[in-house]
Design a protein around this ligand. Structure first.
Ligand SMILES: Nc1ncnc2c1ncn2[C@@H]1O[C@H](COP(=O)(O)OP(=O)(O)OP(=O)(O)O)[C@@H](O)[C@H]1O
Ligand SMILES: [Mg+2]
Length: 319
């Protein structure tokens, strides 16, 4: 029986740097800091769910051992109560002596959400406490961080997970939770995670909620996503002129499986792009898709719009 008492993103979060999948060059450099006993201010940049927080935690745990909690502050730079709240938290934390080391570590998430003025304030705070604290700033877009902060930090660019890395991660979890995960289900997880390790772990946990045997259908249902092959069938059916049948399949996806019209249209888009049709017909299909997607976005009734889209496609023909 799989474990549902814990959130798997926490349960399977690596505790030491060497356990981290992906990000090898970063892991090597961070390990070197631990060995040398000295850590610079750092900027961790990269997409969501690829190990920025994890790397900061691993580094801290390895650096301080059992005392790590007293020496680590994690806070969100974009705390909605403002940069002053953040600076006060830092001040309180920095006031006490580090335990068993020369400094403490402050991890500031979402640094790129700060305004330029707030970043200037943050920079002054960093300078004020840099004797006793090392800052690790985390952000999605390093270009949004002001130059004076960038130049005071060592910048690490975290990468999206490659498919094989996501596969390695979910295979490990499947083993740990004694789940049966066949190749097609694994491919589905990889497809949907799109390089985000957190998304992959959350998805495998929610897919396993009812049953430890995972197949492709269950994975897509848990994500409330349409399987690409289903959407291709719907497209092919409509192109052949069979409006009613394509409508029935679409309704099943939206009504029974809870797929949003938006995600359905995104998948349809991918399928039109790779369909074996001449360019003129493809252009017509894409135009129709764009028109109905826009209407739905503007708030029109999605059932009526999807019907109209499929009807339009089915009268176009397939030549
Ligand atoms: N390199 C990794 N190796 C193994 N698991 C990972 C790795 N990176 C992320 N994960 C998994 O994904 C979860 C989320 O990762 P983490 O919190 O480090 O992401 P993040 O980069 O800080 O994302 P965000 O930008 O959203 O804060 C972790 O709890 C862990 O389960
Ligand atoms: Mg994070």
């Amino acid at each position: 029986m799989a474990d549902y008492t814990q959130i798997w993103t926490e349960k399977y979060r690596p505790n030491i740097l060497s356990e981290m999948i992906n990000q090898k060059p970063i892991v090597e450099r961070l390990s070197a800091f631990v060995k040398a006993g000295s850590i610079p201010h750092m900027l961790f940049a990269g997409p969501p769910g690829v190990g920025k927080t994890t790397a900061a935690l691993c580094l801290t745990k390895e650096f301080f051992g059992d005392n790590w909690k007293q020496n680590y502050l994690e806070t969100n730079a974009s705390d909605e109560r403002g940069i002053d709240v953040v600076r006060n938290k830092i001040k309180d934390f920095a006031r006490t002596q580090p335990l068993g080391g020369a400094f403490k570590i402050i991890f500031l998430d979402e640094a790129d959400a700060l305004t330029k003025d707030a970043q200037q304030a943050l920079r002054r705070t960093m300078e004020k406490y840099s004797k006793t604290c090392r800052f690790i700033l985390s952000c999605n877009y390093p270009s949004k961080i002001i130059e004076p902060i960038q130049s005071r930090t060592v910048v690490f660019r975290f990468r999206s997970f490659e498919n094989k890395d996501i596969a390695e991660l979910v295979t490990k979890i499947a083993k740990g939770e004694k789940l049966e995960l066949d190749k097609e289900a694994l491919d589905g997880l990889v497809e949907m995670a799109e390089g985000d390790a957190r998304a992959a772990v959350n998805l495998i946990q929610s897919s396993a909620a009812q049953n430890s045997k995972l197949n492709r259908t269950k994975i897509y249902e848990a994500a409330a996503r349409a399987r690409p092959e289903e959407v291709k069938t719907i497209l092919d059916t409509a192109i052949k002129g069979n409006f009613q049948e394509s409508r029935k399949m679409t309704q099943d996806l939206i009504v029974n499986k809870g797929v949003s019209a938006d995600l359905f249209l995104k998948e349809l888009h991918r399928k039109i792009l790779v369909a074996e049709l001449n360019n003129k017909r493809k252009a017509e299909l894409l135009n129709a898709l764009a028109e109905f997607e826009f209407r739905i976005l503007e708030g029109a009734n999605e059932f009526i719009q999807l019907d109209a889209l499929l009807a339009r496609i089915s009268v176009m023909g397939d030549d």
